[in-house]
Design a protein around this ligand. Sequence first.
Ligand code: IPM
Ligand code: MG
Length: 358
Amino acid sequence: MRTYRIAAIPGDGIGREVIDAGIEVLAAVTERDRGFKLAVTHFDWGSERYKRTGAMMPADGLDRLRGMDAIYFGSAGSPDVPDHITLWGLRLAICQPFDQYANVRPTRILPGIKSPLAGVTAQDLDWVIVRENSEGEYSGNGGRVHKGLPDEIATETSIFTRAGVQRIMRFAFRLARTRPRKLLTVVTKSNAQRHGMVLWDEIAAEVAGEFPDVAWDKMLVDAMTVRMTMKPASLDTIVATNLHADILSDLASALAGSIGVAPTANLNPERAYPSMFEPIHGSAFDIMGKGIANPVGTFWSGVMMLEHLGEKDAAARLMRAIERVTADPRLHTPDLGGSARTADVTNAVCEAVRADNF
Ligand code: IPM
Ligand code: MG
């Protein structure tokens, strides 16, 4: 029987609550399936460790992750540690050296969940956002001089490389090709940003030539927010830069009902390094420890992890279980307007996995 090695990094805030819940439903899936096992190793990396030792993860952290088949990540962030330290100390400290350049963010209106957009149904809003995850505005390239003085200067220089844009564009076209609509929208801001974004436009047109069976169009990021809101059914697969896609994916998850259900895969498609799966929502300190965090984003990220591992049947079974549970408003957490608790949703999904007879 195949055993996959999974690194669980719950991190901070509600990350710990939702990753515990995620491990529980994945255990229910493996018990039901019996075709494979998950060997989970827990890592207590995060802000608590930073406050104790001065580092979010140990110096040999990447070596300890290298041999894993996948990473299941909660969130990083703490009210008493600056956000750029927690981000660069853990999440980006894993994503960047492991070259997880393709960040995939599916957005759908799950059964039982309502979009805030009047009259918009599940058929109208079914998107996958592909976020460039290794360069662009998150390159970390810049600096500050004359700190604290009136003439202080800070630079934050985006980096766009031909190789980096080409590989994410090919990834996005390939993904669009697997979807029924075969439609890719390339988002830039090439009217105002006349270097890097124009490179994106040029490479999009070149790569499109390799995919004659995929229809594609272009949008400026500001106009894209309007199209997502006013004409959601006109979109399918979307590719954008690191920062643009970060912003658009928050909008997307809100339009689909709640950021609490939104999943992410940080993929190294070549599989030279482990890929990482996490809910989009972050550490949410306002609700930490209350037992009311929505675990669905973490469960759905678990589905993406199973797909990546090649366990398609198990992934489909978990997704069916999630959708059976979201369909029941009594099992909605407060972010969805309900009063269910994390444990209620987790137990219900485990139960639905056991009852699934496909
Ligand atoms: C996301 C998050 C992160 C990001 C934060 C937590 C730094 O917003 O995954 O979308 O901006 O990448
Ligand atoms: Mg974000």
